[in-house]
Design a binder for this molecule. Structure first.
Ligand code: ATP
Ligand code: MG
Length: 180
């Protein structure tokens, strides 16, 4: 499973439709301060269902929609699509290519899609739960998080290890079974 491409339009500084293709190997994104590097990683967090505007450096969710510049009017819609190569079926789906889309309109309407079909956010979080890719997973390590992991309490560090090794899912299944 690998990240194949990312399509961003109307999200933060990406007013125009932008497609970023990820080749084999390591990809580095470089550019001057304020050019939108962090916005790329935030687009990934967002499409995976991030619900906290604060985690996206905003005050409210519509802040992710292109807010305009001195030369350009604001837009009414943010859209991000992430395409994963799933030919090894790492993510439990029959599709060899999985696409996830999130859209948000300024009037508050929002929409998620899996392989082009409208779905619930839960369908996306379920698909990625235990895959190491979800919004809260450790596939994304932001600035400061490395230090936070090193300085965390043993219980918190245990949680991280359980999350990474996929034990957390069994724990939550167990809790769910106990409640039923
Ligand atoms: P650094 O090297 O300082 O970390 P960076 O390349 O990571 O910079 P970002 O933080 O990704 O840059 O981008 C910041 C830019 O995105 C700012 O110019 C900011 O004005 C712009 N931006 C953020 N949200 C929006 C929005 N909703 N509409 C338009 N532009 C936005
Ligand atoms: Mg940055």
């Amino acid at each position: 499973m690998k990240l194949k491409s990312l399509e961003i339009s109307g999200f933060k500084s990406f007013a125009d439709y932008t497609k970023i293709e990820f080749e084999d190997g390591v990809t580095g994104i470089v550019g001057p301060n304020g050019s939108g590097k962090s916005n790329v990683t935030e687009a990934i967090k967002w499409v995976l269902g991030e619900q906290s505007a604060k985690n996206l450096r905003g005050a409210k969710m519509p802040d992710v929609i292109f807010a305009g510049t001195s030369k350009r009017r604001p837009l009414n819609r943010a859209m991000v699509t992430m395409i994963l190569d799933n030919s090894d079926h790492y993510v439990e789906s029959d599709y060899t290519e999985v696409s996830v889309t999130r859209k948000l309109f300024r009037n508050g309407d929002s929409r998620y899609e899996l392989n082009g079909q409208e779905c619930r956010l839960k369908d996306i979080t379920d698909l990625f739960s235990d895959s190491g890719i979800g919004g809260n997973a450790f596939s994304m390590i932001s600035q400061g998080r490395v230090e936070a992991i090193f300085n965390s309490k043993p219980e918190d560090r245990r949680f991280i290890i359980e999350e990474v090794t996929g034990v957390s899912k069994y724990k939550s299944d167990k809790e769910k079974a106990k409640r039923e």
